[in-house]
Structure formats: structure tokens, C-alpha cells
Design a protein around this ligand. Sequence first.
Ligand code: SF4
Length: 738
Amino acid sequence: MAASLPLRVIHTVCSHDCPDSCAVLVTVNEEGRAVKVEGDPKHPVTQGFLCGKVAKYLDRVYAPDRVLYPMRRKSGVAKAPLQRGREHEAFERVSWDEALDAIAARLQETSDRYGPESILPYSYAGTIGVLGFGSMDRRFFHRLGGSQLDRTICSEAGGQAWNLVYGKKLGTPTEDFRLAKLILAWGANIHGNNIHLWPFVEEARRNGARLVVIDPYRTRTAAVADWHIAIRPGTDAALALGMMHVILNEGLEDRAYIAAMTHGFEQLAERVREYTPQRAAVWTGMTPGEIEQLAREYATTRPAALRLNYGVQRSENGGAAVRAIAMLPALTGAWKMRGGGGQLSMSGGFAWDKKALERPDLALASPLGRLARVVNMSELGRALTELGQSREQATGNRQQKNGEVHDDGPAVHALFVYNSNPGAIAPNHNAVRRGLERADLFTVVHEQFFTDTTDYADFVLPATTFLEHTDVQGAYGHYFVQLSQQAIAPRGEAQSNVWLFGQLAQGMGFSEPCFRDTQEEMIRQALAIGADGRSTNAGMEHITMEALEREGHVPLAIHAAPKARPFLPYTSGLLATPSGKIEFFSETLTAAGLDPLPGFVPAVESRWGAMAKQYPLELLARKNDNYMNSTFANLPGHRKMEARTNQKLEIHPQDAEARGVAEGDQVRVFNDRGAIELTAMLNAHLPAGVAAARLDWAKLHPGGANVNALTSERLTDIGGGATFYSTLVEVERAGNRD
Ligand code: SF4
């Protein structure tokens, strides 16, 4: 009999899509079972605690309904929503060998018949571990010649917008927020989904800082702020430009910083002349006096720290909004002081060797001999129902678009989903569903649970949690590289993304040695470990595997000595923009035929658009504090934490009264794309004309559709992102229709 092991504590990293990337210590007992998860007290940002979502993580890892074995859809079972808890009845268990052989054969057949671009991967940030997010999967699809996925759904508009201004996503170190005297949380629910910033905000407030929250929804963060500005959705650019108008009008800008560090100030100054507080007030719903007060407070308080989050950019004008907001600390010189400046994401600090991980060169060995076409994940409904249709019709293989002959390639005939749940999270749910229901679409889903997406799968493959595989991770909310060590054996036959795509590649006869790389080898590749055992990535040259194994977390060089050498981003040297400076004016946008300066353009789907006549309410299809998009929504403990707004439509009392709707009424929320039924909940904190309902799994709604039945596939002005917060609807009491 093997000797039993004592309790062990393993350093892992929470890989959910959250800026905090917490260091998680997992205690494992003699039987190899995880018995405790806790935040690492030694990690300067985790500080020994976890959020409510992950504090209960063992409920997820050991959930009785986890998918533990490869499953194949039973013959004759239609692709359609399956009853919660009985999904397994639609599938039969198969071995990994059977599953991989069948999937490889079907992908090969699809590639031969329609071309490899008819195979579409679909993934996002179900895990943000460097390997799990994108490594062996990318190698596989490059070599296969499958369509490339433009991963735009969450942050692309904001990320591109920030980079247009600064060239690289860097920000004020999270720990330095404690020094701020003003914290401006713009579209940032710090309490809900960036909780490890909160202790620094509290410390700053104890030292006299004010917290101002700009958010159409009264989040938990907004509720405890010194000032909550419930701006109308999608009008953030108007507010930022109005603030700039006041700052320049009153001479509150930092001329020395502007002269040394920026490009295009004169053009920006000219542009903001038209954005008077009076004009900005009309759009935002604020008073001119409030805009003036905010601008003065922001420009004259030192240090002022901005926490901008991605909600702002999920509207039609979202890219311009992020650009305008991102320019504020450049205008006031807020970057110059420790504790000033701001954050959207700090992921630009992590120079992983992505080429080595993803191997785009393998596309040359694919049947295409080139990189494949790109499909935008925010348009999945369109991709599955419209893409390539004309090519396959008898009329020929070319279609007319905007008067030009256009060939967008083959229709999608195989969909491979991992790290995502598009049946719940993709906009225009009914179009997505029509696509997923296609009998001729072959769908594989790598997942931990049966979800809205597995209901349409031909194969469901069991996926590991971050406790069950090894990875390396950076963060977009701090500056530490961390090693996530495998803490427990995978449950059942769950496998990691790296294993899955390596095996599938070998099954398809791809002979390149890189498909046999182990997780450990790939971590070394991500770090570009050199002959002396150190990383050769910029800013990681001091990092070794041994240090990561020993410490769990190692700071980037820019953050290695925060007391002696505090990191002040964008205060010296050339920036990674075309001009080498912070760009108020972007020639890149001019070249692309876009407005080189930020401006406010009312959304088509807003109270100012023509659609508002028919659908006058602006809907916030909002996220949850205790889920991670759709992740965790299936767990009873997490659902309980979100019970207050479960299946609710929050609506302003004036809007409710105008529709004869009272608290607790069943209401139908609808537009041209779809309808859902919810229970009315009056909320006077919302701006009038704005309603809110949170994302949930479609199959957990009585009608089988969630808020994404109402959202559109219209894209953001920059980056081709999803516009979840530019959605118009009408509301009526349920049963009024007939
Ligand atoms: S979800 Fe975020 S806050 Fe929660 S444990 Fe993971 S990284 Fe930390």
C-alpha cells in the first residue's frame, strides 16, 4: 500500500477573466482531494483573500454535474435546448480515442469538401492562463487552415482605443491607488469584478480621497461612492469631451507635460471647443454644473487616478469614448505623480513569446498555404447563418456587397468551441441559435459543464479547471508573472486545452514536433527561457522557472522595486505610437478613413436614433457581480448571491408607470430581434429611459432565451467589438399582446 502523503499546499492562479489574476493556495489532502482554496497572503495584490465567486471554488471543481467523460450526441436527438439536469440523456459516453478519431475524421472530411476555412474555432477567456487561452489550439487551427477568430467580444474596442492613444496597455500599479486623492471609477464596478483594487481604494479614502463613480447602473461600487453619476448609456465620450472643454477653458491643463509627451494637442483643443458643458449635458443627462464640477475636481486634485473598465466600450461609440477618457490624464499630467494616472488594462506589460506559442507559420503548411480568413466572434449569428451562403448557391460563388464583388469564403460547416459559451454570451442569441441548430453543422464543445452551447454539440469533451492543469499567467490588473501548478489530478477524464489540441493534431497526421510539446515546455517557450535559464522576453529578463516555482509570483522588471523605483507609465521616453508620443490626434485613424480625433456620435440604438420611436427604452444587458459572464451561473451558491435581480427587469418608475407596469408584474421585453419575459423591479437609481437586466444562461430562463435575444451584432466604432450596451427595447405587461 502506498504511504499516504501529508496535506500539501499548492500555488495556483485563478484563471477566470478578471483583472486580479489572484494567487490561489490550494490545500490538498492525503487522498489527493483539494480541501481548501485561499488567497496567497504573500501576493501584494491578492493579499490573502478571494472574491465570493472563487472562495467557493471547490463547489465548482467537485460539482456532481461536471462533465467528466467524452460524450457523443445520440443518434436522432435533435439539436435544441435540453432540460437542465437531464442533458446527459442526449449523449452517450465514448472513450477519448473514439471521440478524437471521430472528430479528426469529420474535420478532415469537412476540410476536403468545403475547404479548411469552413472550420471555425470559437474561444475566448474562459481561462486566461497563457497556455489555456491560446497556444496549442492556435497551432492546431493554423496548421489545419481553419478560419481565424477575431476575439473582439469583450475588450477589443477599448484595447485598440487605448493603444491608439498610448501605444501599449500599461497603467498605474494597483498598489499605488492607495496614494490617490481622487479615484474616478468610470464604468468600473470595482467591488463587483475587481475586488482586489478595493482595499487600496479604501486606504486612499481613509486618507481623504474621494471616490467618484460614473455608471448608468447603481452597482455596489456606485452605491458606496462619494458621488455616483448615473450617466446615460453610451454617452461617455460626450462627458469626457465636455470635461476637456472645461479643463481647457479654465486653463487647468498641464502645458509642460502636454508639450513634452503628447501629439496633436492643438487639433484636440479645436475639437473640444464645440463640446460645451451645456451640449454635453443634453447627451449625458447630467447638468452643465455637474460636468464643470467633475472636470475641475479631476483636473485640480493631485494625484487623480482613473479606473476605466471595459463596460464603457461596449457601445457603438465605445472606441471613441475610451480614447477620449484615456486622454484625460494626459491633458492634466496626472501620470506624473505616483498614485495618479489610470488603468484600463496592464496586459501590455507582459511580453509573452506568442509567436513561439501560437506558431502562425504553420499556416503555410495548411492546405491554404496562407493565413486563413478572419471571422469576428461578435458576429457569430451572422457567421453561422449567412457567411458563404451565396458561394454555395447555384448562382455562383461570388456575391455583391456594397456594389463590389465580394467573396467571403465558405460557409461554416464545423464549429469548435472551447473557453466560451456562445449559446449564452454571444449577441443576437436567436441568430446564434438558428445557426447552432443547423443539422449540417458539426459542433464540438470542450467544457466543464453542460451549458447553453453543449445543447447543440455533436461531441462534448471534458475540460480541466485551473486546479487540474499547469499554466503560467500574467494579469491585466497587476504586474506579476505567476506559475499555476497542477494541484489535483483531473476529475474523471477531463483534459486541458494543450492536451486536447496536441492529441487532435497528431490524430490528423500533423507531424510537426511542436504538437508533442508538454505544458512545461510550452511555459518555457512563453517565457522564452534562454541558455542561462532566464527569460529573454522584454521586462522579464530576471525571471527563471526556478524563481517562479519557488515564489509563485515574480514582478515584472518595471515593478520590481516599487518603493525605490516607482513605475510611472507614460512619463518619459518614446511611446509605442507612430509619433512616439501620446496621441490626441491619430494619423492611423485618418489613414483608415476614420475620425482622427475623439467625438461623440449618438448610437443608432439609443434614444436619439430612429429606432427609438418603436423601441424607446435603452437596455443595459449587464453583467453579474457573482458570475463571470456566464461562468458560475449554474452553481446554486452563486445563483443565491444574485437572487435579488434574478429574472428581473429593472425599470425606472416613470417608465413603468407610462406602461402600466407595477413592481412584480411579469413583463415582456422585446425588439425586432427577440423577446424575453422578466419580472418588473422598479429602480429609481436608473436614468429615466434606461432599463437593466442581467446576463444569465438562456436555458435557465423560462422561455429559453436570455438578454442576448435582444442585443445586436452591430459593431463598435473601433475594434469590431460587441455593442451589448447599445440596445433598444420596448416593455409591456406580459399578456398584453393579444
Ligand atoms: S475571479 Fe478575480 S477576484 Fe475572484 S479569485 Fe479569480 S482573479 Fe481573484
